[in-house]
Design a protein around this ligand. Structure first.
Ligand code: UD1
Ligand code: CA
Length: 464
C-alpha cells in the first residue's frame, strides 16, 4: 500500500469554460498533445493516491471517456449536474469518498503545468495542519482569487477578483485553487458555504475563511506562476503550451541528450520520445506519440504524427503520418508518407515521393517523383523517377507486389493488381497491366517510329 493511500484527489472538471468561446468543454482542449485534464491527472499519477475522483458536468460523457482513458488506478467520476461553483463541485464529490480517506486534495482541471513535485510539497505542508493551499505571485494576477494574510503572514481568506476591493486587487499573491484539507475540516467547511458573492455560487475558497476563522491554521506553499497558472481562454492555452513544450525539450536535451538547434521553432508534444544524439532541426513538429531513435536527424521542416523513426535515419522536409521509417533510411525533401508506410533499413523515399499503405524492403529506393500506394516493394528494388502505382480503378483499391532486386524504369505505370517478379526489369515508360516473370524484361509501350525528313516536308506544306 502506498504512503498516500488515505488521501483522495478531487479534480474539478465540470465547468463549461465560457471564456474559451468553444463548443468543446474547456478541460478537453489540448496543450502540447494532451488535454488540460490529462495534464493534471499526469501530475497526480505518481502520488499513488488512494482515490482520484473527477467531477464532470459539461460534456460529461466526453470528459469521462478522456479521464478513464488515462488508466489511472482507483479513478472514479461523479456528475455535477448544475455547475453551482467550485464549493458545490466538491460537495457533490464527498459521498464518493471511501471510508478510509483522511485527507482530500482538491485540484482544478484547468492547470496543465502542475507537476507532481509541487503536489508533494503541498502534501508535506498539510501533514501538521488542518489544510494547506498553493499560492504564487504574479505580475498580473487579474482574474485570480487574491490571498489575504494577517500581519503575521497567516492566511485569513481568499477574495475573488470580481469581489475584491481596489486595494485587495493590488495584492499580487493569488490562490492556485489547489488544496489539501483534512477530511473532517473539509466536511465542516463545506457545510458553511453560502452564495453571498458576485456570481451567486458556492465558492470552495470560503472554506479557507471558515477554517482560519476557527483558529485552524491553513498553511500556504508559495510556488511559481508557471507551475499553477489556470487556463481560462485560448491565449492562456497557447502560453501554457509553449511552456509545456519547452519543458519537454529541456528534458530531452538535459536528460536524454538530444540536440535541439532552435527550441523556439521546434514543436515536440509531451508524448513524443526522442533518442540520444538525435538532432531536431528548426521547423520540426513531432506529435501523436512519435518515437525517434538514436542519432536520427529530423528536419528542417518535418511534421511527423504517430511515426516511428529508426536509428541514424534522416527525415528532411517531410510530412509523415503513422509511418515506420527504418534504420538509416533517407526520407525527403518534400516527401509525403501516409498511414501504413513501412520503410526498411537503408531504404529511400526521396523528393516528391508519396507513399500510402506501402512496404519498402531493406535498401529499396524511390528517389524522386513517384506515387507508391498499396504496394509491397521488395529488398533493393529501384523505383524510377515518375513511377506511378495505379492502385485505384475508380471503385476499388488494388495491391501491387514488386519482388526483390527488380528494377522499375522511370515513367512506368504499374496498373494494380500486378506482380513484378524477382530481379525483373521494366523498361522506362511502360504501362504494365500483366504480371512480369522473375528475371524477365517487360516493355509495355508502343514501338518508336522515326520518319526521316518529315519536319522539312511539314514546313514546306505550311509555306515557310
Ligand atoms: C478559481 C478560484 C480562484 C483561483 C483560481 C485558480 C474559486 C471560487 N475560485 O477561480 O480563487 O485563483 O481558481 O485557477 O474557487 N468547476 C466545476 N464546477 C463548478 C465550477 C467550476 O467543476 O461548478 C471546475 C472548472 O471546470 C475548473 C475549476 O473548477 O476546472 C475551476 O473553476 P474556474 O471557473 O476556472 O475558477 P476560477 O474562476 O479560475
Ligand atoms: Ca480557472
Amino acid at each position: 500500500m502506498s504512503d498516500n493511500a488515505r488521501i483522495a484527489a478531487v479534480v474539478l472538471a465540470a465547468g463549461k469554460g465560457t471564456r474559451f468561446r468553444s463548443e468543446l468543454a474547456k478541460v478537453l482542449h489540448r496543450a502540447a498533445g494532451r488535454s488540460l485534464i490529462g495534464h493534471v491527472l499526469e501530475a497526480v499519477r505518481p502520488l499513488e493516491l488512494g482515490q482520484v475522483i473527477v467531477v464532470v458536468g459539461h460534456q460529461a460523457d466526453d470528459v469521462r471517456a478522456a479521464v478513464e482513458a488515462s488508466g489511472i488506478a482507483n479513478l472514479t467520476t461523479v456528475l455535477q449536474e448544475e455547475q453551482l461553483g467550485t464549493g458545490h463541485a466538491v460537495q457533490v464529490a464527498m459521498p464518493a469518498l471511501a471510508d478510509d480517506i483522511e485527507q482530500v486534495m482538491v485540484l482544478p482541471g484547468d492547470t496543465p503545468m502542475l507537476t507532481a513535485s509541487t503536489l508533494e510539497e503541498l502534501l508535506h505542508a498539510a501533514t501538521d495542519n488542518a489544510a494547506a493551499m498553493l499560492t504564487a505571485h504574479a505580475a498580473d494576477p487579474s482574474g485570480y482569487g487574491r490571498v489575504l494574510r494577517d500581519e503575521d503572514g497567516n492566511v485569513l481568506r481568499v477574495v475573488e477578483h470580481r469581489d475584491a476591493t481596489p486595494e485587495e486587487r493590488e495584492i499580487d499573491e493569488f490562490n492556485a485553487g489547489m488544496y489539501v484539507i483534512a477530511r473532517e475540516h473539509l466536511v465542516h467547511g463545506l457545510d458553511r458555504l453560502d452564495t453571498g458573492n458576485d456570481q451567486g455560487e458556492l465558492y470552495l475558497t470560503d472554506v479557507v475563511e471558515v477554517l482560519s476563522g476557527e483558529g485552524e491554521p491553513v498553511a500556504a506553499v508559495v510556488t511559481t506562476e508557471d507551475e499553477v497558472a489556470g487556463v481560462n481562454d485560448r491565449r492562456q492555452l497557447a502560453d501554457a503550451a509553449v511552456i509545456l513544450r519547452r519543458r519537454h525539450l529541456d528534458r530531452l536535451m538535459t536528460e536524454v541528450g538530444v540536440s535541439v538547434v532552435d527550441p523556439a521553432s521546434t514543436y515536440v508534444d509531451v508524448d513524443v520520445n526522442v533518442g540520444r544524439d538525435a538532432v531536431l532541426l528548426p521547423g520540426t513538429m513531432l506529435d501523436g506519440g512519435t518515437r525517434i531513435a538514436e542519432r536520427a536527424v529530423i528536419g528542417p521542416n518535418s511534421h511527423l504524427t504517430g511515426c516511428e523513426v529508426g536509428a541514424d535515419a534522416t527525415v528532411h522536409s517531410t510530412r509523415a503520418t503513422e509511418a515506420r521509417i527504418g534504420e538509416r533510411a533517407d526520407v525527403g525533401p518534400f516527401t509525403h508518407l501516409r498511414p501504413g508506410t513501412v520503410l526498411g533499413v537503408g531504404s529511400k523515399a526521396g523528393a516528391f515521393v508519396e507513399t500510402k499503405n506501402a512496404t519498402f524492403g531493406d535498401g529499396a529506393k524511390a528517389g524522386h517523383l513517384a506515387y507508391v500506394g498499396d504496394a509491397t516493394i521488395g529488398e533493393r528494388v529501384n523505383v524510377g523517377c515518375g513511377v506511378v502505382l495505379v492502385n485505384y480503378d475508380g471503385t476499388d483499391k488494388h495491391h501491387t507486389v514488386v519482388e526483390a532486386d527488380a528494377f522499375v524504369g522511370s515513367g512506368t505505370m504499374l496498373v494494380s493488381p500486378v506482380t513484378i517478379g524477382t530481379g525483373a526489369y521494366v523498361a522506362a515508360g511502360s504501362t504494365i497491366t500483366d504480371d512480369v516473370p522473375a528475371g524477365a524484361l517487360a516493355i509495355g509501350r508502343a514501338r518508336q517510329v522515326n520518319k526521316d525528313g518529315w519536319a522539312a516536308r511539314r514546313r514546306k506544306q505550311q509555306g515557310q
